[in-house]
Design a protein around this ligand. Structure first.
Ligand code: INI
Length: 157
């Protein structure tokens, strides 16, 4: 968007796609991501948060948002916790492969911020507990990748 001085302001909107499954954990990841964006001077209004049923649904939604070209990067946030069956493996694989595909097919960075844990305790530890906040890490990765893409654009690569 051109400013009054004629400079071009780089695209600086981001989106978070958050899974409602294990919502208490994911809300902490979202809060961590928003705080990390804020720390880099990005207002909450520059970050759209879209909630989806589970981590399995993150890729399609992230791909659609990325294809809109409205966002510098998309952050996928979810928490997959192992249960008694092998459902966990399918959800983890689909989320990881799908998030990768969403980025590769659109050329927009899509960040993998999905916890894949054996226990609830491990998940809470990584959602603002002793192991940090992986939502905040994912937001920082989104900012870094947005800057990398912008540099490559500017260099014509
Ligand atoms: N989705 C998650 O995000 N985390 C989980 O731990 C999980 N488990 O364990 O089942 C989960 N399942 C739901 C899945 O993501 C889809 O929403 C569902 O299969 C409908 O497509």
């Amino acid at each position: 968007m051109p400013t009054s001085e004629g400079q071009v302001v780089p695209l600086c909107r981001f989106a978070i796609v958050a899974a409602k499954f294990n919502r208490e954990v994911v809300e902490r990841l979202v809060a961590g991501a928003l705080a990390a964006f804020r720390q880099q001077g990005l207002d909450d209004r520059a970050v759209d948060v879209v909630w989806v049923p589970g981590s399995f649904e993150i890729p399609l939604t992230a791909q659609r948002l990325a294809a809109s070209k409205k966002y510098a990067a998309i952050v996928g946030l979810g928490a997959v916790i192992r249960g008694d069956t092998d459902h966990y493996d399918h959800v983890c694989r689909a989320a990881a492969d799908g998030i990768l595909q969403a980025g590769l097919t659109t050329g927009v960075p899509v960040i993998f911020g999905v916890l894949t844990c054996q226990t609830e305790e491990q998940a809470y530890a990584r959602a603002g507990g002793p192991e940090g906040n992986k939502g905040a890490d994912a937001a920082r990765a989104a900012l870094e990748m947005a800057a990398v893409m912008r540099r490559l654009d500017d260099a014509g690569e």
